[in-house]
Design a binder for this molecule. Structure first.
Ligand code: 13P
Ligand code: ZN
Ligand code: NA
Length: 283
């Protein structure tokens, strides 16, 4: 069965590794990361954005994720990424999601606290993990766009108060990463991660994982980032593989062949990310 990500992430932070949370959009992408996790003995967080929930439907997603959890021996959690809609969060929790993100990072601190607290209360009763964001992660993630000059970093003292006031079990503080692929190198404030990790005990979540160089990911993990979100790199790899298949074999119109190639590409990339974040071999 799908498990809550809370204990997985607590263990990850304690033991100093990161669990990769992959955004998936199709059945093949989901299967690819599940196979990658099983083969590399890695705990896994499957996640879907609100856009993907609308695209595939809650029941199809939960059904596929539950099937995956039954078929493999590594623990799998299913997470709703960047959701601002309380009703949709409730629906997903009732349908079988084992983790949700309530994203109120665009609103003032007090409102963020109030909404997060509401979600935490319901989630506790259902044994579901909750993630909230402080500061604003830049870049584009589905329907959420934050211009560079609007992105703000999380304040360590606010992080401490936020966790205390909400009881949220996992926190995503903005520390300089951005959604999508970076133009240059990401400008990560490592000192800030350290300060935040010194003030809150809960596992921290790194958004914008695509495009971060290996050494920087490792440093983030060593400072307390226990969940590493990867969306764009996986999506691009999947789509580029399809482009290549069609370019190389324009007459091959069998989804089972071009989809298999794309699935293998995603699987290899996922295994690489798991190795990098340190969760390979931890399940
Ligand atoms: P990337 O698209 O940069 O990998 O960010 C993923 C993310 O933070 C999902 O919430
Ligand atoms: Zn994100
Ligand atoms: Na990124």
């Amino acid at each position: 069965a799908l498990v809550s990500s809370t204990p997985l992430l607590i263990e990850a932070r304690q033991r100093g590794y990161g669990i990769v949370a992959f955004n998936v959009h199709t059945l093949e992408m989901l299967q690819a990361v599940v196979e990658a996790a099983e083969e590399s003995r890695s705990p896994l967080i499957l996640q879907t954005t609100v856009g993907t929930v609308k695209h595939l439907g809650i029941e199809y997603i939960v059904g596929a994720a539950q099937t995956a959890a039954r078929r493999v021996s590594v623990p799998i959690a299913l997470h709703l990424d960047h959701c601002q809609d309380f009703e949709l969060i409730l629906q997903c929790m009732r349908a079988g999601y084992t983790s949700v993100m309530i994203d109120q990072s665009m609103h003032p601190f007090e409102r963020n606290v109030e909404m997060t607290r509401k979600v935490v209360e319901v989630a506790r009763a259902l044994n579901v993990n909750v993630e909230a964001e402080l500061g604003k992660v830049g870049g584009v993630e589905d329907d959420i766009r934050v211009e560079d000059d609007k992105a703000t970093l999380a304040d360590p003292e606010e992080c401490r108060r936020f966790v205390e006031l909400t009881g949220v079990p996992t926190l995503a503080p903005a520390i300089g990463t951005a959604h999508g692929i970076y133009k240059g190198e990401p400008d990560i404030d490592f000192r800030r991660i350290e300060d935040i990790a010194g003030k809150v005990e809960v596992p921290l979540v790194l958004h914008g994982g695509s495009g971060i160089p290996e050494a920087q990911i490792k440093r983030c993990v060593s400072l307390g980032m226990a969940k590493i979100n990867v969306a764009t790199e996986l999506k691009n790899a999947f789509s580029l593989s399809l482009q290549q298949s069609f370019a190389a074999n324009p007459d091959d119109l069998d989804p089972r062949s071009y989809m298999s190639a794309a699935k293998q590409t995603v699987k290899r990339l996922a295994q690489e990310k798991m190795r990098l974040s340190g969760c390979a071999g931890k399940a």
